[in-house]
Design a protein around this ligand. Sequence first.
Ligand code: SF4
Length: 209
Amino acid sequence: MKKIIDILKFYQDIGVEYTKKINLQDKEDIWKNLENEVVNCKKCSLFKERTNPVFGAGNKDARLMFVGEAPGRDEDKQGVPFVGRAGRLLNELLKDVGIDRKEIYIANCLKCRPPNNRDPLSSELKMCFGYLKRQIALIKPKVIVTLGRYSTYELTDEKAAMGQLIGRVFEFGNIKVVPIYHPAYLLRNPKAIDIFTRHLKKVKRLVEE
Ligand code: SF4
């Protein structure tokens, strides 16, 4: 009984409506239904130009989750998050600090690629955010790393420059949220890689605490 109360409390904390129907389904069914909703989603106009929606990937029981901004060209083609140059750099940096990508879950705020990789619109972020919240509620990670400003703003409600937010520890429900740079930014500013790695090590410690 306590477990059910904890689950209900968690859903309440992050603002997800917890219905009797969801309560009776097992976790895999809930994941499948959620993914189907995304595949068929037409809530914003981005569905018109996407090749594939990019739902998210990784360990659904992860203690550490990464949230990026939106799919890019390679992700849109393959339907998998962080598989382009930025994704490859992220994999290398994760490996450097001893984090196995297979152990984490990665998703984006937007599930469909904005044309020509333009910045997400606030209306698009608002419409898509419910999917991410439900992914978080299912995974229940201990720590979320937000990659770049869009996911940071969505999950922390802070609107300051990334330089002022990076490495700080925020809370989303009972989950710790740590903003760091987006790997695409690191491709343009390799000098920031050391800062990224330093904060990634701190994140690893937070997960292991
Ligand atoms: S970006 Fe999100 S809200 Fe917009 S169509 Fe894709 S899944 Fe739906």
